[in-house]
Design a binder for this molecule. Structure first.
Ligand code: HEC
Length: 511
């Protein structure tokens, strides 16, 4: 008896050891939800909340299907073509971790092992805005059996030109604010159109878009690049707000919060916002697909800050690039265009486009039943026009006049360290970060999660002090594929790039 007992204990012990490690529980995947999903999926947003276990569990079958078809997180630009700031993306390993967790039954486990979920404040930009423009308080949505598009014209009251440094659109009632297009009406003569059918915002230029989860717009404001958009004295802002069908009777008090450079600030370079790529001869007969293009030859060398392509619901693909002869500069490719997820995308580095290069926009339109966003069933002939049931090819750009060295300016890092955006002092202090390095022991993937975004370096040392892995990141979740690393004991060190704060933790790799 005794012998059998002695043999069984180690085997059972070993089995349950592996079993515990194989079972993914909520705490293993919570940081992935926190970093990749909950910016949009928290209380009182348009998207359903998944801030804790029970909410996430309730959505698990939809999460599984949305991740499988890459519907969520929504990020239209093709990351193999060009990269942008503030991307909403999930890595394959993070996605697989969630899928495995759900396939294994979306088990709760000890949910107290999960780090505290991030908290959200009403406003994303630090400090006090210089000007707050509001639509009428408690505007009542007029979207009953159709989506409503209402345009609010709001005077700035500016008596002198000011240079915009940053702005943030804050929906009053996020669940019903599908998107907001922000235009500037330089003449200040436009009036509100609250008919629900205001399809053109008809300002002088479009400044930006709000969609759920959109970050505020900040222009770099520190050496080596101080830039902003000139807002002329007497301008109006025009907000076109899209309220969804069925929201009739609900109230909204959306506002836009504007930050200007102080009057008299010198050395601020203007950012121009224009729509050089337009095509008004679109004609897409029912049950056909068509490709249309537009191009523009640059009269001067520019530094491109961002791009904002625009189409409606029959369009399914968009590409923008610049070229001269065989030289091609990729700008943006959207392989599954979705009218609901439009935006102005800014580049991590300014993109130099030399004079006499041509910028080309190509849009593919699918006016068949295969296009699930087709506004008509059966399909009808579609021509160019501003109504959402017409089509558009209307691609905007934001640029500066080129100056030597522009292409080397690290816009991403300037924005990541911008005092308007950083949390507190921007430092990752040991006291206030909640780091979470898991699982431990790790088999194939090691996740490093910090609850605050900051600029820091992650190093992984083996016991002889050699660096096995190193990365510098501003993301709050880093996953390391540990399959190629030998089993054993390692030390993970997080070091803030700005402060001298360092945090270390021992972890074990066992494959
Ligand atoms: C940029 C904002 C944003 C991010 C990031 C985001 N979602 Fe969503 N999600 C939405 C919005 C908005 C909806 C509502 C869909 C609608 O109204 O069309 C939604 C809907 C959903 C739904 C409900 C079913 C559906 O498809 O409509 C699920 C499930 C979902 N998201 C899962 C996720 C997961 C999982 C992540 C992270 C990996 C994620 N989302 C990240 C904005 C976001």
């Amino acid at each position: 008896m005794k012998k059998i007992y002695l043999i069984l204990v180690p085997i059972i012990g070993l089995l349950s050891f592996f079993n515990i490690n194989a079972q993914t529980t909520y705490s293993n995947v919570a940081p992935i939800f926190y970093s990749r999903c909950v910016t949009c999926h928290h209380e009182n947003q348009h998207a359903p909340s998944m801030i804790n276990y029970s909410q996430t569990f309730a959505l698990s079958s939809q999460i599984l299907s949305d991740l499988t078809i890459s519907k969520m997180p929504p990020w239209p630009p093709d990351t193999l073509y060009t990269r942008f700031n503030h991307e909403h993306i999930i890595s394959t390993s993070e996605k697989n971790a969630i899928i495995n967790w759900i396939n294994q039954g979306a088990v709760a486990g000890d949910t107290t092992l999960a780090p505290a979920p991030p908290t959200f404040s009403q406003y994303q930009l630090n400090g006090t805005p210089d000007l707050i423009l509001k639509i009428p308080t408690n505007f009542t949505s007029n979207a009953s059996s159709n989506d409503a598009y209402d345009c609010f014209s709001i005077p700035t009251g500016l008596t002198q030109n000011r240079i915009l440094r940053a702005f943030e659109v804050v929906p009053g009632n996020a669940p019903i604010v599908h998107h907001v297009v922000v235009d500037v009406d330089t003449l200040g003569t436009g009036v509100s159109d609250l008919s629900g059918t205001c399809y053109t915002n008809s300002g002088s230029f479009t400044l930006g878009f709000y969609v759920p989860g959109a970050p505020p717009t900040v222009y770099p404001g520190q050496t080596p690049l101080k830039a902003g958009v000139v807002i002329k004295a007497g301008s109006n802002f025009r907000l076109q707000i899209h309220y969804p069908t069925g929201s009739v009777g609900q109230h909204d008090s959306t506002q836009i919060r504007l930050y200007f450079y102080p009057v008299g600030t010198t050395g601020v370079r203007p950012i121009y916002t224009v729509v050089p790529l337009q095509n008004w001869s679109l004609n897409i007969p029912a049950n056909t697909t068509r490709t249309f293009t537009a191009n523009y030859v640059l009269p001067a060398t520019i530094s491109l800050f961002g791009v904002g392509p625009h189409s409606h619901k029959v369009c399914t693909k968009i590409t923008n690039y610049a070229f001269l002869g065989v030289d091609t500069i990729p700008l943006i490719r959207i392989s599954k265009w979705d009218f609901n997820w439009q935006g102005f995308y800014s580049f991590p580095k300014l993109v130099k486009i030399p004079t006499s290069y041509k910028i080309l926009a190509t849009h593919f339109y699918d006016n068949t039943t295969a296009n699930l966003n087709n506004p008509f069933s059966p399909p009808q002939n579609i021509i160019a026009g501003t109504s959402t049931t017409n089509e558009m090819l209307f691609d905007g750009v934001q640029y500066l006049i080129y100056q030597a060295g522009d292409e080397n300016i690290d816009v991403a890092s300037l924005l990541n360290n911008d005092p308007l955006l950083t949390v507190g002092t921007g430092e990752l202090a040991a006291a206030d970060i909640q780091n979470y390095i898991y699982p431990n022991p790790a088999t194939d993937l090691l996740n490093i999660y910090v609850s605050k975004k900051s600029d820091y370096t992650i190093r992984m040392y083996n016991i002889t002090g050699q660096i096995i892995y190193k990365t510098q990141t501003t993301d709050n979740l880093t996953t390391i594929d540990t399959r190629g690393i030998a089993e054993g004991l390692y030390i993970i060190q997080l070091a803030n790039t700005k402060s001298n704060v360092e945090i270390t933790k021992k972890i074990i790799l066992s494959h």
